[in-house]
Design a protein around this ligand. Structure first.
Ligand SMILES: [Mg+2]
Length: 186
């Protein structure tokens, strides 16, 4: 089944990973300031298109750079403030950003692949239906997160690597957030 067959409408929710999806990943480092933040190809435009299709869009992002003390909560707040401003200027809307500052070894239930951030969103926005939600991310922990809640999984990868869907980890795969938005608008 493809997403098009599912027919997404305003009753659907989109959960977006951030690093590697909305902004370019920095290998071996964290995005610690706005200067280091770079949108992926046409990401704000993509989010605008997706805002017109989905009822609500949330960002769910692991930010263990905070737990490791490479950056602070305030640093992240500043980055997200500017990011949201750019997205809004393109006509897109992000309902809320959930982040997990904990390090991997802290075993926080909020850290993906655990589902805490989605469950938190559901308590704050009871209309969210996970069966009518899409999780879009660039790592398999994102896909695990989505699978645990019966979401439709969209995997973003621009590498020619052979990550197969043989473990049924994702339903669709695209090179970028923008490509996904184009697919839905077609
Ligand atoms: Mg990512």
């Amino acid at each position: 089944m493809t997403l098009k067959e599912i027919k997404i409408d305003k009753s659907w929710t989109l959960f977006l990973d951030r690093d590697g999806v909305i902004n370019k990943k920095i290998e071996g480092d964290y995005v610690k300031s706005w200067d280091a933040f770079e949108f992926t190809y046409k990401a704000p435009e993509a989010i605008k298109l997706l805002s017109d299709i989905f009822g609500k869009i949330f960002i769910v992002t692991n930010q263990q750079g905070i737990g490791k003390e490479f950056m602070t909560e305030d640093d992240l707040k500043r980055i997200h403030h500017k990011m949201l401003k750019e997205i809004e200027m393109s006509g897109g809307k992000i309902e809320k950003i959930y982040h997990c500052p904990s390090r991997d070894e802290d075993m926080s239930p909020l850290r993906k692949p655990d589902t805490g951030m989605a469950l938190k969103a559901k308590t704050e926005y009871p209309d969210i239906c996970f069966e009518r939600s899409v999780m879009l991310g660039d790592s398999l922990s994102d896909m695990e997160f989505g699978r645990k809640l019966n979401m439709t999984n969209v995997f973003i990868s621009n590498k020619k690597q052979t990550i197969s869907s043989k473990n049924n980890m994702f339903d669709l795969r695209f090179e970028s957030l923008f490509e996904f938005s184009q697919y839905l608008c077609r």
